[in-house]
Design a protein around this ligand. Sequence first.
Ligand SMILES: [Zn+2]
Length: 72
Amino acid sequence: MSACILDNASKVEQESLAHTLALRELNKPTFDSFKECVDCGLEIPLARRQFAKGITRCVDCQEIVEIKRGKR
Ligand SMILES: [Zn+2]
């Protein structure tokens, strides 16, 4: 009986961990960063591409996009 409860507890723990990991996956882009900026076509530095996944713009163009989004 007690072994059964322990098994159950660890199963719940694993499911909650899997759920947390799944949520974390959802919140980050799944594709690799672009080699070239989608706006100006300039090569995005490797360091920037590796810093975060899903980078599609160079620093300058990203800044312009953020300004356009209303951060000015
Ligand atoms: Zn650019």
